[in-house]
Ligand binder design. Structure first.
Ligand SMILES: Nc1ncnc2c1ncn2[C@@H]1O[C@H](COP(=O)(O)OP(=O)(O)OP(=O)(O)O)[C@@H](O)[C@H]1O
Ligand SMILES: [Mg+2]
Length: 342
């Protein structure tokens, strides 16, 4: 693994000269650079790191960066999602178990702590860890000791612990659902992943990054970029679901787009609604004048036709592209006697 720092640690780095992407982490906003600097400073120590941030801000990515830039990078990175494993199984998942320790435990099994030996244990959603296991984790952090379920032996753990959460652990401590002593043990170094709306300029870089990735993955080489209006709407949106929402939105747009540009009509309602950009089409009045009612009717029919063709006559998706309800679209089709060509 490379020894190079994630980021040059000098206090006055010229932001414009920084690489655009570092180990898959895209962005060069001041907020993100601050996060990189902290990772860079702590990665080489064996300190426990607590990563907090809204959902979709890249906590897992940061955990991986900490591991990859640590002295343990040639060892394993083992992830345990504390919220996804039922409480009854989590203890043996973490600590392992002896043969016959419980019904169904036919053979002995090593836990994830042992699997992470010499490397990093990433405890995702650590706020979900039940109180009974919090005590046992504390013992690992304090004394490096643990015992598998149904096994009297005391094992020594050689691991570095990185934990992440999107719940407010200090509030959980006040409410009594999270042990205060464990909180302080985990929170030795705190890395906060900033929300996307705090990262000036990063949306633009992330749009290009995910556009390239998704275009390739979905085989849409015919797409060349974004229309100006679509780019403006995407940049104006606040991204409450952060990078994950941006990634999913682009993937959907690339699937829907008729090409060659991603346009406003390829973007979901929530992006358009909050960006304040109306989806309008410019048109001009011919010199000789126009029959307004017929022109509007024809214009409406053409757009409906296009929406239906683009979605393979999926009325729900077509209605969504047109910003109307499915039932409204069905009524319009009936009234206009528009049918799918045989
Ligand atoms: N700066 C970034 N550059 C590139 N991709 C990113 C960046 N941040 C996040 N991602 C991508 O966005 C998605 C969400 O990131 P991740 O899973 O790390 O978020 P999270 O904070 O762990 O979210 P949650 O709290 O919901 O688990 C992933 O696909 C990740 O690869
Ligand atoms: Mg996560």
């Amino acid at each position: 693994m490379s020894d190079s720092p994630i980021f040059p640690p000098e206090p006055r780095t010229d932001i414009n000269n920084l690489p655009r992407s570092m180990k898959g982490v895209v962005g060069r906003s001041a907020k993100l650079i601050e996060t990189f600097r902290i990772i860079d400073r702590v990665a080489k120590t064996d300190c426990t790191v607590l990563i907090t941030g809204e959902s979709g801000t890249g906590k897992e990515l940061v955990a991986r960066a900490v591991h990859e830039h640590s002295n343990r990078s040639s060892g394993p990175l083992v992830t345990v999602n504390c919220g996804a494993i039922p409480e009854a199984l989590l203890e043996s998942e973490l600590f392992g178990h002896a043969r016959g320790a419980f019904t169904g435990a036919a053979g002995a099994r090593i836990g994830r702590i042992q699997a992470a030996e010499g490397g990093t244990l990433f405890l995702d959603e650590v706020g979900e860890l039940p109180l009974s296991l919090q005590v046992k984790l504390l013992r690992v952090l304090q004394y490096k000791e643990y015992s598998p379920v149904g096994d009297g032996r005391v094992l020594t753990a050689n691991i570095r612990v990185v934990a992440a959460t999107n719940v407010d652990l200090e509030a959980a401590v006040r409410e009594g659902t999270f042990r205060e002593d464990l909180f302080y043990r985990l929170n030795v170094i705190h890395v906060r992943t900033p929300a996307l709306k705090e990262r000036d300029g990063d949306v633009r870089l992330l749009l290009d990054h995910f556009f390239d990735l998704a275009r390739q993955r979905l085989g849409r080489e015919d797409l060349t970029g974004f229309s100006l209006e679509a780019k403006a709407a995407l940049e104006a949106y606040e991204w409450p679901g952060n990078v994950r929402e941006l990634e999913n939105t682009l993937e959907r747009a690339i699937l829907l787009s008729a090409g060659p540009l991603i346009d406003l009509s390829d973007l979901p309602e929530r992006v358009l609604g909050r960006s304040g950009i109306a989806r309008t089409v410019q048109t001009s009045l011919p010199e000789v004048g126009i029959d307004l009612r017929r022109a509007v009717e024809s214009f409406e029919n053409q757009l409906i036709q296009q929406a239906l063709e683009r979605t393979g006559w999926n009325k729900k998706q077509a209605a969504s592209l047109l910003g109307i309800n499915r039932t409204t679209l069905v009524e319009m089709l009936k009234r206009k006697r528009l049918e799918r060509a045989a």
